[in-house]
Design a protein around this ligand. Structure first.
Ligand SMILES: CC(=O)N[C@H]1[C@@H](OP(=O)(O)OP(=O)(O)OC[C@H]2O[C@@H](n3ccc(=O)[nH]c3=O)[C@H](O)[C@@H]2O)O[C@H](CO)[C@H](O)[C@@H]1O
Ligand SMILES: [Mn+2]
Length: 316
């Protein structure tokens, strides 16, 4: 997969965001309505316009971390972070965990769950207090598409087997990522999702949703609030179970028909979120890719894609 395939065309990347920063660093409701209309969420489709505008978005300046930390500490909240490092992707783990130690839920109870087919290749890490790392061996798949999609099955099975007993919230991430700024409890909610950085300014027409009605990942042309990234989502364990279980079964139903949604697990995830809205939406601060430059609205890059040679890393 070439990265450029999934991007907004060059010409549009240069379009700067309208003046959306008012007071704090996040858009006002008035400006969100304007952005929603510009993005093709018509007033005729009032329900989606409301969803678009009312979703809680996390931006720098939109939360008070001291108050939130006190609340989460009082509850003794435990947070699991799942990450898959299958085949050659084990190379990404070091920087992922090392940067997570610096920025991810610092001061809280954190449990890393590393799923791999190469446990012997997992280095040891020195972890902060209250933080543990579990390496869980899983079988691999030949095609990278199957590796990425099967994460949903493994996550859903482990929700029932262990996550539900061990943690309160789960964060599910790609491994080819690095933390670069604060990632705290402000992002936690029943279900949270993040906007794909390439589609923050894109109109609904440009979203690369699955458009074949026969697929379980189908989203009609005139629906879809956002294009969510498949690389970062989470929530309470019972909610993540529902997300992952849906995506896995949708994928299996398509497979039985010899189909595969356009962007694999990401397409099924987008379909799930169309009908079961996330209760919190992370702004592009929480998932960014420097490929898209440094637009003014991303004041803090908290989580970044690591460059990779797609062909090399995915070859068996
Ligand atoms: C930024 C973003 O939107 N990421 C999504 C995107 O592409 P990406 O290009 O980011 O996908 P990717 O190559 O990172 O694969 C997804 C993840 O699967 C795991 N993996 C994959 C292959 C492998 O051989 N070994 C391995 O461990 C690993 O955790 C990796 O991070 O599209 C994928 C499906 O098409 C997934 O939805 C990704 O979450
Ligand atoms: Mn990735």
């Amino acid at each position: 997969m070439s990265l450029s395939k999934r991007c907004v065309p060059e010409s549009q990347q240069k379009v700067t965001q309208p003046n959306i920063t008012v007071g704090a660093n996040h858009p006002s409701y008035k400006n969100l309505i304007i952005i929603a209309l510009l993005n093709g969420h018509s007033v005729m489709n009032f329900r989606y316009l409301i969803v678009y505008v009312m979703t809680i978005r996390m931006w720098d300046g939109s939360f008070n971390i001291d108050i939130l930390n006190a609340q989460f500490h009082q509850r003794g909240v435990r947070i699991g972070l799942t990450v898959f490092a299958i085949k050659k992707y084990t190379v990404f783990l070091k920087i992922f965990i090392e940067t997570a130690e610096k920025y991810f839920m610092v001061g809280h109870k954190v449990c890393y769950y590393v799923f791999t087919d190469r446990p012997q290749d997992i280095p040891s890490f020195s972890l902060g207090e209250g933080r543990t790392l579990n390496v869980i061996e899983v079988t691999s798949y030949k095609r990278w598409q199957d590796v990425t999609m099967r994460r949903m099955q493994i996550i859903s099975e482990n929700c029932l087997k262990r996550f539900i007993y061990e943690v309160d919230y789960l964060v599910c991430s790609d491994v080819d990522m690095m933390f670069a700024g604060h990632h705290g409890v402000e992002m936690l909610s029943d279900v949270f999702a993040a906007i794909h950085p390439g589609f923050f300014q894109a109109s609904r027409k440009q979203f690369t949703h699955e458009r074949r009605p026969e697929s379980q990942g189908y989203i009609p042309e005139d629906e879809g609030d956002y294009y969510y990234t498949g690389c970062y989502f989470g929530g309470k364990v019972e909610e993540v179970y529902k997300v992952a279980n849906f995506c896995h079964h949708a994928m299996m139903a398509d497979k039985a028909k010899n189909m595969e949604a356009l962007w694999h697990d990401e397409s099924y995830l987008n379909r799930y979120f169309l009908y079961y809205k996330p209760t919190k939406l992370l702004s592009p601060e929480y998932v960014w890719n420097n490929y898209y430059g440094s637009p003014v609205y991303v004041k803090i890059k908290r989580f970044l894609h690591v460059d990779k040679d797609f062909e090399k890393i995915r070859s068996n």
